[in-house]
Design a binder for this molecule. Structure first.
Ligand code: DGL
Length: 271
């Protein structure tokens, strides 16, 4: 048994969307969350810069004494997991891409048409396409596209209104139609927040969310290492490099808690 907290991090609010799944499936687990809201989005930055930011987050997580690190961010998962694993060989590190690819490989047929939507940085690594093909060489219909405007809009709290509806159509109408996509991978944890909008616009399409799938992987790792938490008094702490109104509102909304009951703190990593 291990009652230390799990370190969760993202470029901003996207990674928060995994927390309700974690709380539902593993109610004894607690998190130290860090959202780099001052430097979001990561997805339009170079891999070199993302790796530097990730190492800064890793250092903060290690100093905070987490038992495991979870990159609840596809962009970090696609570019920087190796540097974290190399620097912290004694702390289990997981990302969100491999768990999603396990689900795709285990549940999709050869004839399915898989669409992957993600940030520019994630798309440019080809991480999803490579990981799916490594598991299922028979799957030939795998397509990907970057949707760079989604994250800044979501960070602004623009989620279910005409602006977002138009933006979804702008990126996805042709992509889905031209590639006959029947399964859409939300390859950015922020996109979980517009999952409902996407499902409403394209009702026949199955969506797979990286925010949701990573939680099963966390459980498997902790179980294998005998590190699951037991009954304890720990509490969740949420750090951000800029305490934006949307960050605070989002935690409150996702956890169904009053803001005063939440432990939300400012953390500047580059000082
Ligand atoms: N939530 C991050 C991801 O899953 C987002 C990215 C960004 O900052 O661009 O990729």
């Amino acid at each position: 048994m291990d009652n230390r907290r799990i370190g969760f991090f993202d470029s901003g609010i996207g990674g928060l969307t995994s927390i309700p799944y974690l709380m539902k499936d593993y109610p004894d687990e607690h998190v130290i969350f860090f959202g780099d809201t001052a430097r979001t989005p990561y997805g339009s930055k170079s891999a070199r810069v993302i790796r530097r930011f990730t190492l800064e987050i890793g250092e903060f997580m290690e100093r905070s004494g987490v038992k495991m690190m979870v990159a609840a961010c596809n962009t970090i998962s696609a570019t920087s997991l190796d540097v974290l694993r190399e620097k912290y060989p004694d702390i289990p590190v997981t990302g969100v891409i491999e768990p999603v690819c396990d689900v795709v490989a285990g549940s999709c047929g050869t004839d399915d048409h898989i669409g992957i939507i993600a940030t520019r940085a994630t798309v440019s690594t080809g991480a999803y396409v490579n990981a799916i093909k490594a598991r299922r060489p028979d799957m030939e219909h795998i397509f990907q596209t970057a949707c760079p405007a989604f994250v800044p809009l979501i960070e602004e709290g623009i989620i279910d209104n005409n602006i977002m509806h138009d933006t979804v159509r702008y990126y996805l109408d042709d992509f889905i139609r031209e590639n006959s996509v029947d399964t859409l991978v939300l390859g950015c944890t922020h996109y979980q927040l517009i999952r409902k909008v996407i499902e409403e616009i394209y009702p026949g399409i199955r969506t797979i969310s990286s925010s949701e799938e990573v939680v099963k992987e966390i459980g498997t790792i902790l179980e294998e290492k005998d590190m699951l938490a037991g009954d304890n008094d720990e509490e969740n702490v949420f750090y951000a490099s800029d305490l934006s109104e949307n960050f605070i509102n989002m935690i409150s909304m996702l956890l169904g808690s009053e803001q005063d009951d939440l432990n939300i703190r400012f953390k500047n990593l580059d000082m």
